[in-house]
Design a protein around this ligand. Structure first.
Ligand code: 0O2
Length: 212
């Protein structure tokens, strides 16, 4: 496929990533505007690189005609939460939306991957408007805590550095770190109400200042 064709294929995915980031960030703003705690801390997104799409197609034996159906994470949104409990709330918020339809879910929080990776994944359908009319595409939404994200970011860099062949002694330390993340998330959850009270009152104060 030449570069122009790739650009044409990926354009709706870029639009979907931009639109969804705006919509999720707006949800944060709505919560804060009402002086409420937001289960979403931050949002980021990306469109998979052409080389990464090709690598996945080769690894999974996906033919070009089936690329858009089979490569489910061409568009990716990552939602970061403060607490583990927030993940379910965010998944519920997404499920209730009329502009998003859930196709499938993977719970790598209850079922941690062998690597130690933890995150909640949703594959969803989302429709963007293009000059040729509406286009329904798939988006992968990853929901995880700040602590889980810290672990995944470091592990992803190591995978890149070692070209997926991370030495055993580093794997073991990553696995131990993943267990420490579970303890950390649980500890933060146990002081959750204290933290939320403090954040809500400082948010209320910020709202008052902007209202003046
Ligand atoms: P990117 O774009 O660099 O994030 P796959 O794992 O891709 O063969 P599947 O079933 O499509 O198969 O995907 P899965 O496992 O549900 O989720 C894929 C994405 O989850 C990955 O995207 C990562 O973002 C994340 N992920 C899954 N497992 C791990 C892991 O062990 N460590 C880290 N750090 N992230 C993980 P990509 O494709 O790697 O690309």
């Amino acid at each position: 496929m030449d570069i122009l064709l790739w650009h044409e294929i990926l354009e709706p995915y870029e639009l979907a990533v931009k639109e969804l980031q705006v919509k999720f960030r707006h949800l944060i703003k709505e919560h804060h505007g009402k002086g409420m705690y937001s289960p979403i801390e931050s949002v980021s997104g990306r469109v998979k690189s052409v080389s990464s799409i090709l690598e996945k197609m080769q690894r999974k034996g996906i033919v070009p005609e089936e690329m858009e159906e089979q490569v489910e994470d061409i568009a990716g949104i990552r939602i970061i939460c403060q607490f583990v409990e927030d993940i379910e709330k965010v998944a519920d918020l997404i499920q209730k939306r009329s502009d998003i339809e859930i196709k499938s879910e993977k719970d790598y929080i209850r079922h941690m991957k062998d690597s130690g990776y933890r995150s909640y994944h949703l594959i969803v359908y989302y429709t963007v408007e293009t000059m040729n009319g509406p286009k329904r595409i798939q988006v992968e939404i990853q929901i995880r805590t700040m602590a889980m994200d810290f672990w995944a970011t470091i592990e992803h860099s190591l995978q890149y550095k070692y070209k997926a062949n991370i030495p055993d002694h580093i794997r073991e330390r990553l696995s131990a770190a993943a267990k420490a993340i579970i303890v950390l998330d649980n500890e933060m959850s146990s002081v959750r109400s204290e933290i939320m009270d403090a954040q809500n009152s400082s948010q209320m104060q910020r709202n008052l200042i902007t209202d003046i």
